[in-house]
Design a protein around this ligand. Structure first.
Ligand code: IPM
Ligand code: MN
Length: 371
């Protein structure tokens, strides 16, 4: 298959982790004989520095010309803590989601058995956690009318949802639940918010179309506690934009490191894949950033194009790295590997799937081969 992939590596650790994801995709292309063509484009603080805007027109054009987008990370402390800044890096990502009509942000939360001791939960509570979060990405508080009143003594952010906006992501979430444990939890604040009431009404009406999926309705405050107390009780979570931002970040804390969480942002026409972590500025270029979230995002990209064996090859390699305790310092304080070496191992293992003997010392020494 030929795939043109726009690569927007962005800020901070974005470029170094994205490089490892590209490496994994190159290995897949080599082993499974595909043609993946990468086209780089600027976004975020890096784009502001070079062009004055976080989302240059050229970047939007490249993303639209390509089949999909691989995204790194965004953000720079230079722009934080100044509430009067008019231009800031995050506008790059928010603008891109809007330009590409990406309405569903899908975040798998999987606790790997190899990382049970890295989870802040007791192993028996964390074990087996496998949640798929569907966060609405195109509307709600993020994109409602916002502003200050004239003397800046009051500000507002409007939250609006239409039935159509709820239905399109709810259909996706119901279908995903059908292929899993057949449970869908709608997380909202319908005891207070009108938009949440619309979510409930819409999703409950749709439930008839998916009779084999059990629908659970839960207030977000209750869900926030339950994700910690009993994460295994969730299968698919469906929720609005801001609630999904919080809930998915909370859930990411359970897996042992935020650095291993991946995501897909899908629209009718376009798609974008990114790790859920931020730009982690203090770690930039130190080789300590965990590339797994970025590499897993590449696996989600392949799944989106129905390259299932290929996606599985990446996932198998990631699991193998965890099994051999080949991980970055966030997961392995004693004998960590660098960002780049993790990427090398995973790419090598994709091309040598039958390998059973690993020369761990070679891997640490950065030899080009894992044999
Ligand atoms: C995320 C991020 C973004 C969001 C920021 C960077 C705008 O936190 O992808 O979750 O809030 O959507
Ligand atoms: Mn977030």
């Amino acid at each position: 298959m030929k795939l043109n992939i726009a690569v927007l590596s962005g800020d901070g650790i974005g470029p170094e982790v994205t490089e490892q994801a590209v490496k994994a995709l190159d290995a897949v292309a080599e082993y499974y004989l595909h043609d993946f063509v990468f086209k780089e484009a600027l976004v975020g603080a890096t784009a502001i520095e070079k062009t004055g805007t976080p989302l240059p027109k050229k970047t939007i054009a490249i993303c639209k010309e390509c089949d999909t987008v691989l995204f790194g990370a965004i953000g720079d402390p230079k722009f934080d803590n100044d509430p009067r800044t008019k231009i800031y890096p995050e506008q790059g990502l928010l603008g891109l989601r809007n330009e590409l009509n990406l309405y569903a942000n899908i975040r798998p939360v999987i606790v790997y058995n190899y990382l049970l001791n890295n989870s802040p939960l007791k192993p028996q509570n964390a074990r087996g956690t496998n949640i798929l979060i569907y966060r609405e990405l195109s509307a709600g508080l993020f994109y409602g009318e916002k502003g200050f009143n004239e003397n800046e003594q009051q500000a507002y952010d409007a939250c609006t949802y239409t039935v159509a906006q709820i239905e399109r992501i709810a259909h996706d979430a119901f279908k995903a639940a059908q292929g899993r444990k057949k449970k869908l939890t709608l997380v909202d604040k319908s005891n207070v918010l009108e938009t949440s009431r619309l979510w409930r009404r819409t999703v409950m009406a749709m439930a008839k179309l998916y009779p084999n999926v059990a629908v659970e309705l839960m207030y977000v405050d209750q869900a926030a506690a339950k994700i910690i107390l009993n994460p295994k009780s969730f299968d698919v979570i469906l929720t609005a934009n801001l609630i999904g931002d919080f809930i998915s970040e909370e859930a990411s804390a359970l897996v042992g490191s935020k650095g291993i969480m991946a995501s897909a942002s899908l629209g009718e026409k376009y798609s974008l894949f990114e790790p859920i972590h931020g730009s982690y500025p203090v770690a930039t270029n130190k080789g300590i950033a965990n590339p797994i979230g970025a590499i897993l995002s590449a696996a989600m990209l392949l799944e989106h194009f129905n390259l299932l064996d290929e996606a599985e090859a990446i996932k198998r390699s990631i699991t193998k790295a965890m099994e051999l305790n080949l991980t970055t310092p966030d997961l392995n304080k004693q004998k960590p590997l660098s960002t780049e070496k993790i990427g090398d191992f995973i790419a090598d293992y994709i091309c040598n799937p039958d390998l059973t003997n690993f020369n761990i010392e070679n891997i640490y020494l950065g030899q080009s081969t894992i044999i």
